[in-house]
Design a protein around this ligand. Structure first.
Ligand SMILES: [Zn+2]
Length: 46
């Protein structure tokens, strides 16, 4: 399981629909809103 950096929920990498690549690492999100938030300001959440 990966952890959604926005809301800290567990996200299954195998079924995750919302992902982002940032600085060579893949991040997984539970929902499009979390991905959008991360994409807008990734450094805030790392
Ligand atoms: Zn989330």
């Amino acid at each position: 399981m990966a952890i959604d950096p926005i809301c800290k929920m567990d996200v299954d990498e195998a079924t995750a629909k919302f992902t982002s690549e940032y600085k060579g690492k893949t991040y997984y999100f539970c929902a499009p809103g979390c991905k959008k938030e991360f994409d807008g300001n990734p450094d805030k959440y790392l």
